[in-house]
Ligand binder design. Structure first.
Ligand SMILES: Nc1ncnc2c1ncn2[C@@H]1O[C@H](COP(=O)(O)OP(=O)(O)O)[C@@H](O)[C@H]1O
Ligand SMILES: [Mg+2]
Length: 234
């Protein structure tokens, strides 16, 4: 579904991603794990068109996207649920959700999509009129995910959704990600919560210093000596 081929990404003169290749298959949860600063967010920003690779290609459903602006990439069916939620703090929950449907096509069907999002996150319906900043951390993550779903994506890029949440809410977030896959949405999930992520992922990649260091199915990586030592503290 998504093919990232040999991309190199720089911030000024500093190289952050090195000749990176990655493939996301339709219908799967692909997890991308790695330490702080490894380049995970940079990779998601590159896929969604916020950052341009200096070389290499990115294709989605057979079409080159590495030269498209972010709004066109959203229209093709890729939604980015960013690190740190990035909500519009003073806008209401409903307005935040509507912002997710601004792209052509999804705007017309926004009422129906809104019902689907409210069905998935009943709390957002109850809070629809409140400013986003008044939500709890968990509710803000739900809103960020709901907003991301308003564009009717085929592929969701989700960056550290469990960050800063209490253990019970972390469970809930992972549950929701699973249910998205059951609805047919493909997921590229970035997480530092390595164990739980590998448990729900179909496949996973470990990113170290801007390079893919390991890849395999979730279970394989859970058993890998390197992953156990470096990421699970075993
Ligand atoms: N806007 C930026 N300008 C310069 N360097 C950046 C910028 N964003 C990230 N970096 C650097 O790029 C590297 C990778 O960062 P990032 O992609 O955020 O990693 P991760 O998401 O894995 O924690 C880090 O060394 C970080 O300091
Ligand atoms: Mg990050």
């Amino acid at each position: 579904m998504l093919q990232v081929k040999n991309i190199n990404v720089f911030y000024g003169r500093i190289q952050v991603l090195w000749d990176l290749c990655l493939e996301v298959k339709e219908g799967e949860i692909l997890a991308l794990v790695g330490a702080n600063g490894a380049g995970k967010t940079t990779l998601l920003n590159t896929i969604s068109g916020i950052i341009r690779p200096s070389s290499g290609t990115i294709s989605f459903l057979g079409r080159r996207i590495d030269n498209l602006p972010p709004h066109e990439i959203v229209q093709l069916g890729i939604s980015h649920i960013p690190e740190g939620r990035r909500l519009f703090a003073d806008m209401s929950v409903l307005e935040n959700l509507e912002m997710g449907a601004y792209s052509r096509g999804s705007w017309k069907t926004r009422q129906k999509t809104l019902e689907e999002v409210f069905h998935l996150f009943p709390r957002l319906r109850e809070r629809a009129g409140q400013p986003a900043r008044t939500l709890s951390g968990g509710e803000q993550q739900m809103l960020a995910m709901g907003r991301g779903l308003m564009s009717k994506p085929k592929l969701c890029l989700i960056d550290e959704p469990s960050n800063g949440l209490a253990p019970k809410l972390v469970q809930e977030v992972f549950q929701i990600i699973r249910s998205l896959r059951e609805q047919g949405i493909t997921i590229l999930l970035v997480e530092q919560n390595v164990r739980q992520t590998l448990e729900i992922a179909d496949r996973a990649c470990v990113l170290e210093n801007g390079r893919i260091a390991l890849e395999g199915c979730g279970e394989e990586l859970l058993k890998s000596e390197h992953v156990r030592k470096a990421y699970l503290g075993l």
